[in-house]
Design a protein around this ligand. Structure first.
Ligand code: MN
Length: 322
């Protein structure tokens, strides 16, 4: 059932003992919205806990400084920024069909929860959580502001992506009235990189493939290279950006080797190409300009499948790799 802001606030007031679930390969928005909700519920005298199938990267540590893990039996399951139950990862078996409230902003949201507050006009799920916190009447502490700001800047690429709206800026304008180190958050999110990550980017750029007369660029992140560089999945956040940095690029594809014959794809588009639709053909989804899916097969087969899926949209001119 779809519910509005007021009903969502009422639901949170009426319930307690929350498990708040963040999605696999957690990004700034799922972490930011989950923890903003956690701190808001705490101010409300509620007991809650944030859980995730994957670990949170240390670069988000500043958001956890007042987080205390408590042991309790969950009575209410909430998901933040999760469009599809398969993004629960290893928690899926346990919580599938059991989600009481979903707070999300993905167009592709599957409506799997008993109650859903989904506003896909929000650039980040943190915008939704901001509005919910306002509806709850909870005061926004500097730490809550940091959580929300982190989610908004990461999901909008620091206000550069097409999802950024007047409302995004209006919310951030409100947040900036609260004293918190936004410059440091931006440096942490967008400037600082490990040397090994920079090396990886260099190698990916060197081997980048170009299709459809340079309208599509593709990189493959192989396990072996990751191991050689000592990098883990959490070091890959934002790596997809390099696939759309060439001016002619309409679609960027990042193919990440998961297992033998299993690849996770991240698609980005710069204009009017709906990559969520493309990814849905392979059981994935996401946003109009940013989406993902998993495809089985050899690396060569996976490439062929995704390039084929894009050919209707991009194949004016040459279809071959250049
Ligand atoms: Mn998000």
């Amino acid at each position: 059932m779809k519910i509005d802001i007021e009903k969502t606030a009422e639901f949170l007031k009426a319930n307690d003992f929350f498990y708040i679930i963040a999605h696999t390969s957690p990004d700034g928005d799922t972490i930011g919205s989950s923890f903003a909700l956690y701190y808001a519920l705490k101010q409300f005298g509620k007991t809650s806990k944030v859980i995730c199938a994957d670990e949170f990267d240390v670069k988000y540590d500043y958001l956890f400084r007042e987080y205390k893990i408590e042991k309790f039996e969950p009575k209410t399951i909430v998901t933040c920024d999760i469009a599809d139950e398969n993004l629960l990862g290893d928690l899926q078996q346990q919580y599938e069909g059991r989600v009481d409230l979903c707070i999300d902003h993905h167009v592709s949201n599957k409506g799997y929860a008993k109650n859903s507050f989904v506003d896909h006009t929000a650039a980040a799920n943190c915008e939704n959580v901001y509005r919910i916190i306002k509806a709850l009447g909870v005061e926004i502490s500097p730490l809550i502001a940091e959580c929300l700001y982190t989610g908004i800047v990461t999901d909008t690429g620091c206000f550069r992506f097409s999802n950024t709206t007047a409302n995004t800026h209006a919310i951030v304008a409100e947040l900036l009235k609260i004293d918190f180190p936004h410059y440091e958050i931006n440096r942490q999110m967008f400037e600082i990189k490990k040397m090994e990550r920079l090396r990886l980017e260099t190698m990916l750029v060197t081997e980048m493939e170009s299709y459809f007369n340079h309208r599509c660029h593709l990189v493959v992140v192989r396990k072996k290279l990751m191991q050689e560089l000592g990098l883990s999945d959490s070091d890959l956040e934002g790596v997809t950006a390099i696939t759309t940095q060439i001016g002619s690029s309409l679609v960027g594809i990042t193919i990440k080797e998961k297992d033998t014959d299993k690849y996770k794809l991240s698609l980005r588009s710069t204009g009017n190409v709906n990559v969520s639709e493309i990814c849905q053909k392979f059981g994935g989804g996401g946003h109009f300009n940013a989406a993902g899916c998993t495809i089985k097969g050899t690396e060569k087969e996976v490439k062929e499948k995704i390039i084929h899926a894009l050919s209707d949209i991009l194949s004016w001119g040459s279809v071959n790799a250049e």
